[in-house]
Design a protein around this ligand. Structure first.
Ligand SMILES: Cc1cc2nc3c(=O)[nH]c(=O)nc-3n(C[C@H](O)[C@H](O)[C@H](O)COP(=O)(O)O)c2cc1C
Length: 177
């Protein structure tokens, strides 16, 4: 599967099979995530691979979302993405650690897709609860997490704004011909 195919077919999956995924595959995906570009190559990110049923259950519950809680119990792994904002930069009032993490997470979800695996980025959760269960140090934030496993849903490609609403040529608002 090439990168266009992975980007075009990826969807957020909230129901998973219990089928195992090899550690080698998870490591390959995390290697791709780790290769993402970042502010001054500072690589503010840390990834926690969670495969313990007890911890997965607590993290899923911390989302406060029933479908995500179920997904976290079903999928063999949750990948938790943490970052230290001091290992990135701030420019024009924007904190780039979030951008760095977004790039790493996108590499993760696209390579997972190309391995035939599914993901669902989760950004809505009780951070305190996740930090406590995984013993994450004070100076790190939990940016997002995703279940990782074989999906158990029909393919739904969710709509996007039209290209002429989001892509301009030379000046703001002028469409690409
Ligand atoms: C930063 C971020 C946070 C998200 N948080 C959640 C979440 O807490 N719960 C959830 O069900 N989906 C979450 N999503 C998934 C989005 O809802 C989903 O990507 C969007 O609806 C588009 O659907 P698609 O991924 O299937 O194309 C999140 C996605 C991103 C990028």
């Amino acid at each position: 599967m090439d990168v266009y195919e992975a980007a075009g077919s990826r969807m957020s999956v909230r129901s998973y099979k219990h089928d195992p995924v090899s550690k080698e595959t998870v490591i390959r995906i995390l290697e791709a995530a780790r290769r993402a570009p970042s502010w001054a190559n500072k690589q503010c990110w840390r990834f926690i691979v969670v495969d313990s049923q007890v911890e997965k259950k607590i993290i899923g519950k911390a989302s406060g979302q029933a479908n995500i809680a179920k997904a976290c119990e079903e999928a063999p792994y949750i990948i938790v993405l943490c970052a230290n904002s001091k290992e990135s930069g701030v420019k024009n009032g924007m904190e780039y650690f979030m951008f760095d993490c977004g790039l790493a997470m996108e590499n993760l979800v696209l390579t997972a897709q190309s391995e035939g695996l599914s993901t669902c980025i989760v950004g809505w959760f009780d951070e305190k609860a996740v930090k406590a269960v995984l013993k994450i140090p004070e100076d790190f934030k939990v940016v997002a997490f995703t279940p990782l496993g074989y999906g158990n849903e029909k393919l739904i490609i969710r709509s996007r704004k039209k290209q002429d609403e989001t892509v301009y040529c030379n000046i703001w608002g002028r469409g690409l011909e």
